[in-house]
Design a protein around this ligand. Structure first.
Ligand code: ADP
Ligand code: MG
Length: 257
């Protein structure tokens, strides 16, 4: 992939916030679900990258996270591994809930009720995140799902109906679905990940992003907010400030941002 991990390992990491993170040094002492430990091995990831060393334990502790690290530093796995690992403990229950008509009203269609929402700026990134999520979900009952614009909404409805524990979406298409509560609800959401926050705020999506970030269950403490970016311009910091819980950590790798 052209990433020099031996070099990346030496880049300095700083953390700010009201909690402190003890970084992990290996995937073996990270407290991963056995199925996730296996899937990390299958992915060929031997050592956590610096951002992963800090973000994994932060997410396991339940803190909100703002993470800033250069492109190619492994941010996707930094949020996917701990989130999916946590969900694996209750994957059977989730699958049973999904398939149970008792959870549907008379005449109602299946409705996607993701526990995890990942918002990112474009179709390519969404697809990449989806592919990585699928690898980490291998041999578990967790179901990732991806939606993006540029193709008819109705083509994506059957994908959601197959089960959607984790939804990866671009902002415009996500709002299309949020405006159709019979198809998608965010009321069970536990994690909201904003990936490439800087790029999304560049592109005219500030209002969409604000609408999305207020669209879940807004009772305080119910949703863990995780923001990832290569840089953190002022509008991204403001957005973070508005949504971060009291217990949060800001992690910066190298000179990024
Ligand atoms: P970013 O989001 O920070 O730009 P990515 O998450 O896209 O970076 O990761 C870049 C590449 O590094 C991907 O090909 C990914 O599979 C790989 N990668 C991530 N973490 C590790 C790891 N711990 N060991 C080896 N490769 C990794
Ligand atoms: Mg990325």
């Amino acid at each position: 992939t052209g990433i020099k991990f031996d070099r990346i390992q030496q880049i300095s990491v700083t953390q700010e916030g009201n909690v402190r993170i003890d970084p992990i040094t290996s995937f073996d002492n990270a407290g991963l679900h056995p199925a996730m430990r296996e899937n990390v091995k299958l992915a060929g990831y031997n050592v956590p990258t610096p951002i992963q060393q800090y973000v994994l334990p932060a997410i396991f502790k339940g803190y909100d996270v703002v993470a800033c690290a250069q492109t190619g530093s492994g941010k996707t796995a930094a949020f996917l591994i701990p989130i999916l690992s946590k969900l694996m403990g209750k994957a059977k229950k989730l699958a049973a809930y999904r398939g149970n008509p008792a959870n549907m009203k008379e005449g109602e269609r299946y409705r996607a009720e993701p526990l995890v929402l990942i918002v990112c700026p474009n179709r390519e990134l969404a697809t990449q995140i989806f592919d990585e999520a699928r690898r980490f979900c291998y041999r578990t009952m967790l179901r990732p799902c991806v939606v993006y614009g540029g193709c008819p909404l109705r083509e994506q409805i059957p994908l959601l109906e197959k089960g959607c524990d984790l939804l990866i979406a671009t902002p415009g298409r996500l709002i299309d679905f949020m405006n159709r509560p019979a198809l998608l609800t965010l009321k069970r959401l536990k994690y909201m990940v904003i990936d490439e926050a800087d790029e999304m705020l560049h592109s005219d999506w500030e209002n969409d992003l604000k609408q999305i970030m207020s669209g879940g269950d807004q009772e305080e403490g119910n949703i863990t907010y995780l923001m990832f970016s290569a840089t953190f311009p002022k509008n991204a910091r403001d957005l973070a400030k508005e949504h971060l819980a009291h217990d949060h950590v800001r992690i910066r790798v190298g000179r990024a941002g």
